[in-house]
Design a protein around this ligand. Structure first.
Ligand code: ADP
Ligand code: AMP
Length: 216
């Protein structure tokens, strides 16, 4: 399956990606995760992306498109992909049209997870992540077994640098102005399905499964 997960920051894209992977076993391509990994390893890409990410701005299109182009050309994507957080702008979506044709894997479905600003602020402020393995938690709705310790690898959890209210406001503006137009872009192609992200994590996943099972 060739899938895009869309939605504002904090809607639950990463959380649902984990569940989709566990069931459907397709490569998960999260541009946010790839940038964070590059920052951790202090690569050229990481150094280029860091200031944009910390302030909540989008990384420039040419950098992001280059990264996805390289990733989509890897052999595991020959069987499909789950894009999480890409595309986020119209030029990125247009580039993806071309890239996905090149690998003969056109986008089949776009799942748009919706949520309102109050909920997004609450979720982002209560999100904790593992700096070592990348697992993500919520202080109320997805607690680690031991407070502040990653279930997967035992590292101490941290708050993302861009999970401040200042950065979140910039990210929400970027979503409204640059990413939301993609809902129309994909709706016009008949590819966009909306899922109510205000439901519980399990109920959101049930809705997503229903959508994906129709595509299969
Ligand atoms: P995104 O990848 O869209 O930015 P995440 O998947 O990281 O969002 O979710 C943001 C935070 O909200 C995380 O702490 C996550 O555990 C929590 N969360 C995700 N989906 C739900 C939900 N349906 N109900 C409650 N909390 C959720
Ligand atoms: P995320 O993990 O999806 O919340 O992304 C974290 C940050 O990485 C974003 O706020 C952007 O700064 C950057 N980023 C991730 N994906 C993209 C993208 N497709 N285009 C531009 N910037 C991105």
């Amino acid at each position: 399956m060739n899938i895009i997960l869309m939605g504002p920051p904090g809607a639950g894209k990463g959380t649902q990606s984990e569940k989709i992977l566990a069931k459907y076993n397709i490569p998960h391509i999260s541009t946010g995760d790839m940038f964070r990994e590059a920052i951790k390893n202090q690569t050229k890409l990481g150094m280029e992306a860091q200031s944009y990410i910390n302030s909540g701005k989008l990384v420039p299109d040419e950098v992001t498109i280059g990264l996805v182009k390289e990733r989509l050309s890897q052999p595991d994507c020959a069987n499909g992909y789950l894009l999480d957080g890409f595309p986020r702008t119209i030029p990125q979506a247009e580039a993806l049209e071309k890239l996905s044709q090149e690998i003969a894997r056109p986008v089949e479905i776009v799942v748009n997870i919706t949520a309102n600003k109050d909920v997004l602020v609450e979720r982002i402020s209560q999100r904790r992540v593992c700096p070592s393995c990348g697992n993500s938690y919520h202080l109320t709705f997805k607690k680690p077994q031991v407070e502040n310790v990653c279930d997967g690898c035992g590292a101490s959890l941290i708050q993302r640098k861009d999970d401040t209210i200042e950065s979140l406001n910039v990210r929400l503006d970027a979503y409204e102005n640059q990413t939301k137009p993609l809902v129309d872009f994909y709706s016009e192609k008949g590819l966009c399905k909306e899922v109510d992200g205000l439901q519980s994590i399990d109920d959101v996943f049930k809705n997503i499964q229903d959508i994906l099972d129709e595509v299969k």
